[in-house]
Every structure is written in structure tokens, then in C-alpha cells.
Design a protein around this ligand. Structure first.
Ligand SMILES: Cc1ncc(COP(=O)(O)O)c(C=O)c1O
Length: 489
């Protein structure tokens, strides 16, 4: 009997006991290939010796000092590092402990910015349907998953939602991607006009939509038009790169590929790579200056913000990503993965779309490719894909409600940046979890999925991780094997 309130009451979870590279081992000794980095978190895989060494060093010096009394060397260094590599104009960083906190801070800082500038009439937020921004009340309010918001409706701040940039389902057959982006931008502008331009605080969007849509980038030009609209109306652009940021799409920030710089940007998962809970809010200097020259304090803080151990982990993660040129690896392996996914699933009867950027790829499952009809939600297909994959030793990140919050399913793949054989992840995803023919179509709530199952053992053996040098001969940590000999098993 567990005393933990788990995500699903009554479900039994394997106990994660250890991890190395792209593999997690449970207490029974079963191994799982982490092809989703958890929820796009573990960008360096597990037990990276350099990160562990940096954390131990910090622990030996100081675990915690409250930020109302002290700053810490490591928080200062991490902020310097983030600003040095941030989009244009970003000059300061506010540390938090995760993605929802980063979004919450973004919403409050945006509101305070306008209050300090003498525009207190700005009170509403515009965001997009089919987006996820977290579970705290502000983040939930801007999130676009209706089923998740519904019961908490009375507690949520006023937010208005527009259409996501979801080309697979949203673009009309007679429209170019650019024209589709124009139409979406116009929808945003119409909404702003309807609300009154000077009442809107911010537009919030995931640069590449992760959990709710399954790695969906915007169409070309969309974010430039959005940036322009926000500027013309004096509205802040808040980009949520909690999942898609910090290298996941092949550039440190996903917005680099859109050619825009946000006013505020939330980052989290890949920042600390799962070694410690940490998130951050990056802000334009104009926002910092308004507060600095106004009240002098952002009216928002947490006991554990800027925790030295979390900052040490994140700083080490970011240094390893740069030192080992892992963004180049994300681009190379991401291209392999995308190619192999297209080869494997491009003609699959139940895969309607394969999309994504870098090591952030999604498959949308459909019952009929021609009509794009999703599967019956009663099948709980995404949950079954997850269960079947786990049974075969593979972690992927499936989700339901892709189409409209209720219908539709997708599978997200987001392997660690150290992966050296992304095609194997693709093979594993295919063999582990997806029905391969009409005969394999899910039968019903109690029916079993008929899958083609290749040897996941062979798959597991063949996944290699890149070299990650140890911290030296004196290091007490388990040495990583060399790139040529190391396998994930
Ligand atoms: C885009 C995005 N924003 C915010 C969050 C919330 O982050 P957290 O779960 O760390 O609160 C998530 C989590 O998946 C996310 O994907």
C-alpha cells in the first residue's frame, strides 16, 4: 500500500532505481530506453558524471541560503551564462523551480510591468487553444486544454484563446503555409481589437507546441507576424519554451529559428536536465528597467528560488551541452530521427502526420489517414501506447486530446541530446507500441493491440550514447565507458 498520491490512483508504477546514459533501470532490474527524456527533461541522459560532480562540489560548499539574505556565486554565474546566450535584448533572469512557476512569474511580471508604467487598465491575457503552460492557477488559465481547465474555471483569471498554429489540421487545402499563418495572425489581431488593444497584457504561446499537440512548430512567418502585432499594440510576447527550449529543437532557444525575440521567456525542463528542479524566466531589459526604476522589486518570490544546488546542476548541464557540442548532435540525430520516422511511418495506416524539430518529434495517430478521423477516445489509445512501450522497455510520451482536447492521439519522442543512434529510437517506437496493419487496429476498450514486436533487447544494445568525459582520475564516480564501447544497457 502506497501513501503517495500518485498521478493515477490505483495504477502501479515501477520503482525507478538507477539510470545511466539513455537507460533507466527499475527495482526489479528491468531496463527502459528513455526515448522521451521523461517529459523532454533529461537532455544529458542519466547520471552524467560532470553534472553529479558539480552538484557534489556545491553541496560540500553550501546547500541553501535564503535569497532575501544572500545571493550565491553559482546563481550569478548561471544568470550570466543564460543572458550571454539569450535572444536579443534579454538582460535579466528570475529563477524558479519549474515550468509552471516560470509561467506564473511571467504573467505577474507582465502585469506589474504595465502597472509600473501607468497602464493598469491592461488586465487580460491572450493565449492559444491546444497549448499547455502548467497547472498552477495562472498557468492553467492561459493553458488551452479545456478538460483540464474546466473544473477550476471559477478560480481562473480572465484569458482569451485563439487558434493554435496546427498546420496538419488547421491549414485549408487551398492555403499556402504562409497564407495560413497570415490568417492565424489576423485572428489574433481581431481578438485584440475586440478586447480593446490597450486592455491586453500579453500573448502567450509555446514556440513549438509540445505535450498537447506533439511537437508542432508554427508555419513560417507566423511568429514574425505575431511579434509585429504585439509591438503595434504594445502587448508583451511571452514565449513558453519550458519543453521546446534549451536545445531540444537544435538551437538553444526555439525562437531563434523563428527570428523573433520574446519580451519574456519561460524555460525549465532542459535547463537542469532533471538533475534538480529548476526553471527560469528570462526578461527583456526594458521590463527589468521599468521595475528597477519604479517600485524596485518584483512582487513575487519563492523560498527555493535560485537554490544553489539546482543552479549548480543547471550550470553544469549547460556547460556540458556547449563543451560536447550537443546542439549539433541534436540537429544531426534529429534529422536522422525525422528521416527514419518518415520512412517507417510515412505510409503507416494509422499515422496521419510526422512532425517536429531536432530531437523533438511527434507522430499523430489517426483511424483514417484520408479523412484524418481520430480514434475513438474511449480506446484510450495514448495510454495504451505508453503501457505497451513500457512493457517492452521503451519510454515514449503519448498524449490524448490532440485534435480538440478530447479526441485525437499523438506520441512524442524526445530522446536525450547524447543519443547517438536516433534511428534506433524510431525502430523501437515502431516495434514496441504501434499496430502495423489494419489487422492490428485497436479493437475496443478491452481489446488488445496487435503489434509487431521485434527484439527490444537488440534495440537496446544498439543504442549508444556520446562520449562524456569524466571529471578526472580522482573522481569517485562510476566512469562512463568510451563512446565506441558504451551502450545503453
Ligand atoms: C510548455 C510547458 N509549459 C509549462 C509546463 C509546466 O512545467 P512544470 O510541469 O515543470 O510545472 C510544461 C510541462 O510539461 C510544458 O510542457
Amino acid at each position: 500500500m502506497t501513501h503517495v498520491l500518485h498521478r493515477q490512483i490505483g495504477q502501479s508504477y515501477p520503482v525507478a532505481a538507477s539510470g545511466e546514459g539513455v537507460t533507466i533501470r527499475d527495482a526489479a532490474g528491468k531496463e527502459y530506453i528513455d526515448a522521451s527524456a521523461g517529459a523532454a527533461v533529461s537532455c544529458l541522459g542519466h547520471s552524467h558524471p560532470d553534472v553529479l560532480a558539480a552538484m557534489r562540489e556545491q553541496l560540500d560548499r553550501l546547500a541553501y541560503a535564503h535569497t532575501s539574505f544572500f545571493t550565491s556565486q553559482v546563481a550569478e554565474e548561471l544568470a550570466d551564462d543564460l543572458v550571454a546566450h539569450a535572444p536579443e535584448g534579454i538582460g535579466h533572469v528570475f529563477f524558479v523551480s519549474g515550468g509552471s512557476e516560470a509561467i506564473e512569474a511571467a504573467l505577474k511580471l507582465a502585469r506589474q510591468y504595465f502597472v509600473e508604467r501607468g497602464e493598469p487598465q491592461r488586465r487580460t491575457i491572450i493565449a492559444r487553444r491546444q497549448s499547455y503552460h502548467g497547472v498552477t492557477l495562472g498557468a492553467l488559465a492561459v493553458g488551452g486544454r479545456e478538460w483540464q481547465r474546466k473544473q477550476f474555471g471559477p478560480l481562473l483569471i480572465e484569458t482569451h484563446h485563439v487558434s493554435p498554429a496546427y498546420e496538419y489540421r488547421g491549414r485549408r487545402a487551398d492555403e499556402t503555409p504562409q497564407a495560413y499563418g497570415e490568417r492565424l495572425a489576423q485572428e489574433l489581431e481581431d481578438k485584440i481589437h475586440a478586447l480593446g488593444g490597450d486592455t491586453v497584457i500579453a500573448f502567450v504561446a509555446e514556440t513549438v507546441v509540445g505535450a498537447t499537440l506533439g511537437a508542432v512548430p508554427a508555419v513560417p512567418g507566423y511568429f514574425k507576424r505575431v511579434r509585429d502585432i504585439c509591438d503595434r499594440h504594445g502587448i508583451l510576447l511571452i514565449l513558453d519554451e519550458v519543453m521546446c527550449g534549451m536545445g531540444r529543437t537544435g538551437t538553444l532557444h526555439a525562437c531563434e529559428q523563428e527570428g523573433v525575440s520574446p519580451d519574456l521567456m519561460a524555460i525549465a525542463k532542459g535547463l537542469g536536465g532533471g538533475y534538480a528542479p529548476i526553471g527560469a524566466l528570462l526578461m527583456q531589459e526594458k521590463i527589468f528597467a521599468a521595475i528597477a526604476e519604479g517600485s524596485g522589486a518584483f512582487q513575487h518570490s519563492h523560498t527555493f528560488m535560485g537554490h544553489p544546488l539546482a543552479c549548480a546542476a543547471a550550470l553544469a548541464v549547460q556547460r556540458v551541452v556547449r563543451r560536447d557540442r550537443l546542439l549539433a548532435n541534436v540537429r544531426t540525430q534529429g534529422a536522422h530521427l525525422a528521416r527514419r520516422l518518415a520512412e517507417r511511418f510515412g505510409n503507416h495506416p494509422f499515422v496521419g502526420d510526422v512532425r517536429g524539430r531536432g530531437l523533438f518529434q511527434g507522430l499523430e495517430l489517426v483511424a483514417d489517414r484520408g479523412t484524418k478521423e481520430p480514434f475513438d477516445p474511449g480506446l484510450k489509445l495514448s495510454a495504451r501506447v505508453k503501457r505497451e512501450a513500457m512493457a517492452r522497455g521503451l519510454m515514449v510520451y503519448p498524449m490524448g486530446g490532440t485534435v480538440d482536447g478530447a479526441r485525437g492521439d499523438h506520441v512524442l519522442l524526445a530522446p536525450p541530446f547524447i543519443v547517438d543512434a536516433a534511428p534506433k529510437v524510431c525502430d523501437g517506437a515502431r516495434t514496441a507500441a504501434l499496430p502495423t496493419s489494419r489487422r492490428g487496429k485497436p479493437k475496443g476498450k478491452s481489446g488488445r493491440t496487435s503489434c509487431s514486436i521485434a527484439s527490444t533487447e537488440a534495440f537496446r544494445r544498439s543504442v549508444r550514447v556520446r562520449s562524456a568525459s569524466c571529471c578526472g582520475p580522482a573522481c569517485s564516480l562510476r566512469p562512463h565507458r568510451s563512446a565506441s564501447s558504451r551502450s545503453a544497457t
